[in-house]
Design a protein around this ligand. Sequence first.
Ligand code: ARG
Length: 465
Amino acid sequence: RTDVVRRGRLSGERDSDMQEFLSSMDADRYLAEADLLVDIAHVLMLDRQKINERKTTKQILKVLLKLADKGIPEDVFDDRFEDVHAGIESLVIEAAGPEAGGRMHMARSRNDEVATCIRIALREKLLFQMILIAGLRDILLELAEKHTENIMPGFTHLQHAQPTTLAHHLLAYEQAFSRDFDRLKDAYARVNLCPLGAAAFASTGYPIDREYTASLLGFDGLVENSMDAVATRDFALETLADLSIHMANTSRLCEELVIWSTSFVKFVEMDDTYCSTSSIMPQKKNPDTAEIMRAKTGTVFGSLAAAFTITKGLPMSYNRDLQELTPNLWRGVHSAGISTWILLGMLETAKFDTKRMREEAGQGFSTATELADTLVRSYDIPFRTAHSIVGRAVQKGSLTLATLEKAATEVAPGISLKKMGLTQKEITEVLDAGYSVAVRDIIGGPAPKATKKAIAARKKQAAKD
Ligand code: ARG
């Protein structure tokens, strides 16, 4: 079987290096099923518009339906065909004969065909990615529900900053992932538009019905301008950008799991399934899965960078450069999908050490803010003055009544905390990490009451999504 597209205008066989260099066959495996759907819809439309006779339609459909039923034979995926579209058309012509089979590719081009196929394959992958992110959010919400009372240190600059709860921490990720979900949902609306009928770029003189093929293929509408329809891959850029953001969020979580797994933090122990050991150090348990996932983020960013670079500066309309973008799209989509899928299990099986978290929660003077706030609220000291007094006491090494009093005489002469009525008992009370968390009871805060409300609201949103 020869490539029916090439044989008229060009002569001479290309050697295998040239065939491999030019063919998109490897990446086109992702498009094979979509291509059959597009062929079937197109042939039905040609029949309905009386462009093809019923007899022709039947002959072509017989071949296409057999392929859909039995699978596409391996020899279609050969580099001697420029792509899967040429491979399948060549097979149809061989099987249905040139009289009928040669009437399949009327009123279209591979330019609109490939753009349509990519969108069909991509929308499915988008839906799958959205399902995975929905699952991820459910797991985070379930975990959060279990840990509303579990106090842990919160960090800025990776330094102990203020106490929070594990639930509050997990909810931060859930919220980020829900934005990732929204972005993909938005992208889906633009991906699910049909370019078919644009032909090479200038549409066609045949009386085709673009809306009919679009509806048969489950699209929500058309990419109307026929030049834009074949030229644009902005839907792929948008998808890769959205996936890159999702992976950036994922990577931060992975980074934390790696840090939390160290023996000097020990906030979490990942299940053995998600860890590797060392070939030399027998004691090692390394959180490799989180590391690989952190690195997959780079792969997805790389796919986006490649896609941007390939499309920038292309003149209208179709250019063969676009073929080189598609494998990058699948690489990005696949790397993100497999990462989210594996992340579900990794989180579900992780063992959080809430005792360790509680131990660390009050370290590094992490409740100093609450002490300063107490000086403001109970003794009417301006916040900046209270901030300086507490800061100076920390510099002296402790937050006791005696040190605070000494600090006050240094940074705010005239203020005596003792005279104002501050007691060691009150100081001890407000320096407790649990107290610090409990008073942060406003919308979005870590107090158990606030996080419980947040979890209920987020669950509702997740169910709606
Ligand atoms: N294989 C090409 C692609 O993936 C589609 C075919 C367009 N070929 C052409 N010579 N106009 O973009």
